[in-house]
Design a protein around this ligand. Structure first.
Ligand code: CUA
Length: 312
C-alpha cells in the first residue's frame, strides 16, 4: 500500500492529531494553489493582447478588493495558527520531570541504541513496546545530530548530543512500524532504519525477560569456537555480550542478536547467510560504517555466525 508507514496512516492519538493538521493544511494550500492557477490561466486568455492598438484601460487600485485579500489570508493564518497550537499540545503532552523514562534511545552513526531503564534490557534498532501503552522515551545522541521519526506513531524529534529530550512513544495496535533517521548525519544517514514492534503486554513482558537473561555460552562445535574467537578478535572492543568479557558500548549490544529481524540498522534481514556476508565485508553493505573489514577467513566467519545466531 502506498500510504503504509506514512503520516497518513496514524496509529496513535498523537499521530492522528498531526495527520489532521497535515491534511487540513494540505487541502487549504492545494485549494489556494488551484484558485491562483485558474485565475492566471483565465486572465492570460481573457485579457491577452489582440493587436488592436494600445493598452486596455488600466485599473489602479480597488480598496474593497485590497482589504478583502489582506483580511482573508490573515484570518486563515490565525485559524491555522490556533489549530497548530492545539495539535502541538495534543501530540506532545507534558510529563512530570521526576518520571523515569520507560525507554532510552541513543542515536549513533549509523544505528540506534535502545535501553529499557526499568528492567536494564538493552537492544538495537528494533524497539519493542507494549501496544496501547504510553512509553516515556528519552532521545539522545552519542555523536552528531540525528532525528527520530516513526511517522505512524508521532512527531519527529531531534537526537542531540548532550541534550536529551523526551517524547511519548505509543502504538494503539500491535504491528511493526517503520521509521528512519530524519536529519542528515553522514554518509550512512539513509541506512538508519527504526523498527517499532508493538505487541501485547504479555508478549512484551516475555521479550523483556528474554533480553535481560544471560544467554548460554556454547560449549562445543563451531559456536563454541566462535565464542572464543569473538573474545580474541577486535569484536569485543566495540560490542557487548552479557555473561562474557565483552562489555563495550561503541557498537550495538549483541547479547540477543539472534532474536532480531534485521542486521546493520535494517540493511539486511537477519539470516546466517546475510550475517556471514555482513561480517565478511561490512563496507560492501554500508560504506563508511564504523564496523571494519577484519579480513576474516571463511572458517572464522562460519564460527562467528554459528555463535552469534545462537545468541537468543
Ligand atoms: Cu542519523 Cu541521519
Amino acid at each position: 500500500m502506498p500510504f503504509d508507514n506514512s503520516p497518513f496512516a496514524p496509529v496513535s492519538e498523537f499521530a492522528r492529531a498531526i495527520a489532521g493538521l497535515f491534511s487540513v493544511t494540505l487541502i487549504i494550500g492545494g485549494a489556494i494553489f488551484l484558485l491562483v492557477l485558474l485565475l492566471v490561466i483565465y486572465v492570460s486568455i481573457r485579457y491577452r493582447y489582440r493587436g488592436e492598438g494600445g493598452y486596455p484601460p488600466q485599473v489602479m487600485g480597488r480598496r474593497n478588493l485590497e482589504i478583502a485579500w489582506t483580511v482573508a489570508p490573515g484570518l486563515l493564518l490565525v485559524g491555522l495558527f490556533i489549530f497548530t497550537l492545539r495539535v502541538m499540545v495534543v501530540s506532545d503532552p507534558s510529563h512530570a520531570s521526576s518520571q523515569t523514562p520507560d525507554l532510552k534511545i541513543i542515536a549513533h552513526q549509523w544505528w540506534w541504541e535502545v535501553r529499557y531503564p526499568p528492567s536494564g534490557a538493552v537492544t538495537a534498532n528494533e524497539i519493542h513496546i507494549p501496544a496501547g501503552k504510553r512509553m516515556l522515551t528519552e532521545i539522545e545522541s552519542a555523536d552528531v545530530i540525528h532525528d527520530f521519526w516513526v511517522p505512524q506513531l508521532g512527531r519527529k524529534i531531534d537526537a542531540t548530543p548532550g541534550h536529551p529530550t523526551t517524547i511519548w512513544l505509543v502504538a494503539d495496535d500491535p504491528g511493526t512500524y517503520l521509521g528512519r533517521c530524519a536529519e542528515y548525519c553522514g554518509v550512512q544517514h539513509a541506512n538508519m532504519q527504526i523498527r517499532v514492534i508493538a505487541e501485547s503486554q504479555d508478549a512484551f513482558d516475555q521479550w523483556i525477560q528474554q533480553q535481560v537473561a544471560v544467554p548460554a555460552t556454547p560449549d562445543s562445535g563451531q559456536a563454541a569456537e566462535g565464542a572464543a574467537l569473538f573474545q580474541q578478535l577486535p569484536c569485543s572492543n566495540c560490542h557487548a555480550i552479557l555473561g562474557t568479557d565483552a562489555g563495550a558500548t561503541i557498537g550495538p549490544d549483541l547479547t540477543h542478536v539472534g532474536l532480531r529481524e534485521t542486521l546493520a540498522a535494517g540493511v539486511l534481514e537477519n539470516s546466517p547467510g546475510n550475517l556471514a556476508q555482513w561480517i565478511g565485508d561490512p563496507q560492501a553493505y554500508k560504506p563508511g560504517a564504523h564496523m571494519p573489514n577484519l579480513h576474516l577467513t571463511g572458517d572464522q566467519i562460519n564460527q562467528l555466525v554459528a555463535y552469534l545466531e545462537a545468541l537468543k
